[in-house]
Design a protein around this ligand. Structure first.
Ligand code: 5AD
Ligand code: SF4
Length: 472
């Protein structure tokens, strides 16, 4: 049994990260059994689940979309905010009942919550229905952990506090056959004071450019239309390696593979260089949609958050991006109710939002996370007040989403078609180059293709349009 420790997770050792090839366990103890994975949280977790699915299928398991009927259930958890936490624990409660009716059911927990000391102790003592736990650093060990549980029938916990080697060559069962996630780096060294990610995902480790480009080129060969380069702070790509090769170089090389669409997330304003802006502006296949989390518009709060930029620096970067990248859409993340946020600080956030007029924004109430620096700050703002701030903020950002969408009416935009929307067989949906959801009529043969659609109507969260022509 190996339990996580926050103290170790915080350490940032200097040794270089080694690369290790994934080793399959050539056994088929999953034959005639089915699995179900419930994924919480971000794209990083979604992509991890794509790896987990492929690993399980190598062992003979088959996917079952009905949780209640599967032989193995894995919860891939998120710990970014308390509500994600609560949802996973709520689900564990439901699974307890299921396990009572079917004792042979196997239950596993992984993801960010599995890296938390407090959570694992709780599982160990209170949630005995959980059969195995593994963390974010040892996905590749899943076959061995599962086998150990099946052989011993004892709760098996294997969570590493410190990231080990970088594993290449993991199998993957992608959710889409036209859009793919490609990890370019793992972990984060920024330690924003509210954020648990540097503890749950470990220190920053960039994948080698050769491995990334090989993966993208293979996707191009397979006909993929879009890659999203993933990392907690992609702009810092390469800073942990002994080389001058950085995000701007990687973006350029990925664009040169001729994959029709390149996206990347998430960007921290601190590492967003002028060269990156130039590369994004130069290559038409790098999508003009940038996620640029601001978190707060108050310098006092930005400092308490440890964000490393001022409101003025953020605005100047924002202006530069808008000026240099034609037609760019910018989205953001904002936290309200951070400890010590005054009405004045909050109004500064509203003021910044009115300046930036974001195309999209993810807004959150601050959630205290165990062991982070901010959890030691006194938090006297009543929940009602925080909710009120969130409501005011959402009213304003939603209004800009609608206004920005309305500006597109009458324009023709490129759209990568994802599939049918829920309204009916003839209605398709996809995303524009600027990452806006659009619905329009068309037939199945367009799914997975990039087409042109004329925008006819704008809503807060989506557009409606008419198919103009197919580019392919
Ligand atoms: N409370 C609220 N929001 C948080 N985020 C990260 N940590 C917290 C927290 N403790 C938000 C930030 C980040 C996004 C992924 O989640 O806005 O950019
Ligand atoms: Fe968390 Fe800050 Fe790292 Fe983003 S940059 S993952 S908010 S610590």
């Amino acid at each position: 049994m190996q339990l996580p420790s926050y103290k170790e997770a915080r350490s940032r050792k200097r040794q270089t990260v080694k690369i290790e090839e994934y080793q399959s366990l050539k056994e088929s103890f999953g034959k005639d059994k089915t699995y179900y994975i419930k994924t919480y949280g971000c794209q990083m977790n979604e992509h991890d689940s794509e790896n987990i699915k492929a690993i399980l299928e190598e062992l003979g398991f088959q996917e079952n979309l009905e949780m209640e009927k599967s032989d193995l259930i894995i919860l891939n958890t998120c710990s970014i905010r308390e509500n994600a936490h609560n949802k996973a624990f709520g689900m564990l409660g439901r699974l307890k009942h299921l396990k009572e009716t079917r004792p042979e059911l196997i239950i596993g927990i992984c993801g960010c919550m599995a890296q938390e000391e407090g959570v694992v102790n709780e599982i160990l003592h209170k949630y005995r229905q959980v059969n195995f736990v593994f963390g974010t650093h040892n996905l590749h060990r899943l076959p061995y952990i599962l086998k150990k549980y099946l052989d011993s029938k004892q709760q098996e916990i294997e969570v590493l506090s410190v990231e080990g080697n970088l594993i290449e060559g993991m199998p993957v069962k992608r959710a889409s056959n036209h859009k793919a996630f490609v990890n370019i780096m793992y972990g984060c060294d920024k330690f924003c004071t509210y954020c648990i990610v540097p503890y749950t995902r470990g220190k920053q480790r960039s994948r080698k450019k050769e491995d990334i480009l090989k993966e993208v080129k293979a996707l191009v060969q397979e006909g993929y239309q879009e890659v999203t380069l993933l990392g907690q702070n992609v702009n810092a790509y390469g800073k942990d390696q002994n080389s001058e090769y950085r995000m701007e170089n990687l973006l350029e090389d990925v664009a040169k593979t001729k994959i029709p669409r390149v996206r990347f997330m998430t960007s921290h304003p601190w590492d967003f260089t002028d060269q990156m802006i130039e590369v994004i502006a130069k290559y038409p296949n790098i999508m003009p949609a940038i996620h640029l989390p601001v978190q707060s518009g108050s310098n006092r709060i930005l400092k308490l958050m440890g964000r490393r930029y001022t409101r003025e620096e953020y605005i100047s970067l924002f202006d530069k991006i808008k000026e240099k990248i034609p037609n760019v859409s910018i989205s953001t993340d904002i936290i309200v109710g951070f400890p010590k946020e005054t009405e004045k600080d909050f109004l500064e956030t509203l003021d910044l939002v009115k300046y930036c007029k974001y195309d999209n924004a993810f807004t959150f109430i601050y959630s205290k996370r165990e062991n982070t620096a901010a959890c030691r700050l006194e938090d006297k703002i009543p929940l009602k007040e925080k909710e009120n701030r969130l409501y005011q903020l959402n009213t304003i950002v939603n209004d800009y989403f609608l206004k920005n969408n309305q500006k597109l009416i009458g324009k023709t935009v490129p759209v990568l078609v994802d599939g049918h929307n829920e309204n009916g067989k003839t209605e398709l949906f996809g995303y524009t180059d600027t990452n806006k959801l659009i619905n329009f009529n068309g037939n199945d043969s367009l799914i997975g293709k990039i087409v042109f659609v004329k925008v006819t109507n704008a809503k807060t969260w989506s557009l409606d349009g008419e198919l103009v022509e197919s580019r392919n």
